[in-house]
Design a protein around this ligand. Structure first.
Ligand SMILES: [Zn+2]
Length: 257
């Protein structure tokens, strides 16, 4: 896990060596913080807990952007703050639990399985806490109950697994309308005004122009793949991880007439 880096006043981002996964910390009053997607490996979570302690911070509340295993882990060292997720995500955590455990055992061995996915549904426009306003943008693109967080004070958009510079759009192909769900997500994120920085769940922080570039790439990808046209997304190269190339092939097959 890389060190926490301030990307805007009071907003810190750390990046894991696992799949360039980001964790975001929003500093609140009196030593509390909002923690979004706390990281992946046991070493990540330990490093994050240590670094927060060094900064005199303690999670007051936590948010998971979506119900995939790499976004719902936790460790006792992070304390016992309430952990929230969007309502539609809760059912997925239950039905997909076995698969998630398998992923964790493989990619993040030693994780606290008791604490994995121990989140509660939050149905509301903002995360309840006494720090900077944290607005929720919930849709079903990528996964049911995918909740991005927008911090209007600092202009930071914590996008979850969307708006990446290193990942193509990853559709929830078992959903009824994966394309429609993803397009809705893109539209909602594109319509947030006042974004100055975007933090993708996997990838690098970008500015407003970079966010527009990524959303443009996403739309071009969705247009081409859903129309059955070949498309060379710059984020999909020979160096991309095998799982992402496989996912692309799946998505191409999914839309084949
Ligand atoms: Zn995901």
């Amino acid at each position: 896990m890389g060190r926490l880096t301030e990307v805007a006043p009071g907003v810190l981002v750390a990046t894991s060596t696992f799949a360039v996964t980001t964790s975001t910390v929003v500093v609140g009053p009196s030593g509390g913080c909002l923690l979004v997607d706390p990281g992946v490996t046991v070493a990540d979570l330990a490093a994050l807990a240590d670094e927060l302690a060094d900064l005199g911070l303690q999670p007051a509340v936590a948010w998971s952007t979506h119900p995939h295993w790499d976004h719902v882990l936790w460790s006792a060292g992070l304390g016992d703050a309430p952990r929230y997720i969007a309502p539609a995500a809760v059912a997925i955590l239950e039905t997909e639990r076995d698969g998630m455990v398998e992923h964790v055992l493989q990619s993040a061995p030693g994780s606290d399985l008791e604490l994995m996915g121990k989140v509660q549904a939050l149905d509301g426009p903002v995360i309840p806490w006494d720090g900077p306003e944290a607005r929720l943008i919930v849709h079903d693109g990528h996964a049911p109950g995918h909740g991005a967080v927008f911090l209007p004070d600092s202009g930071v958009l914590i996008a979850g697994d969307m708006c990446s510079d290193i990942e193509i759009p990853l559709l929830d192909t078992v959903a009824e309308d994966p394309l429609g769900d993803y397009r809705t997500g893109v539209e909602r994120l594109a319509s947030v005004s006042g974004v100055r920085q975007v933090v993708p769940g996997h990838g690098h922080v970008g500015d407003a122009a970079e966010l527009r570039r990524r959303l443009g790439l996403d739309t071009a990808y969705l247009d081409a793949v859903s129309a059955g046209r070949p498309y060379q997304d710059p984020r999909l190269t020979a160096d991309s991880p095998a799982w992402m190339r496989a996912m692309h092939e799946d998505q191409v097959r999914y839309f084949k007439p």
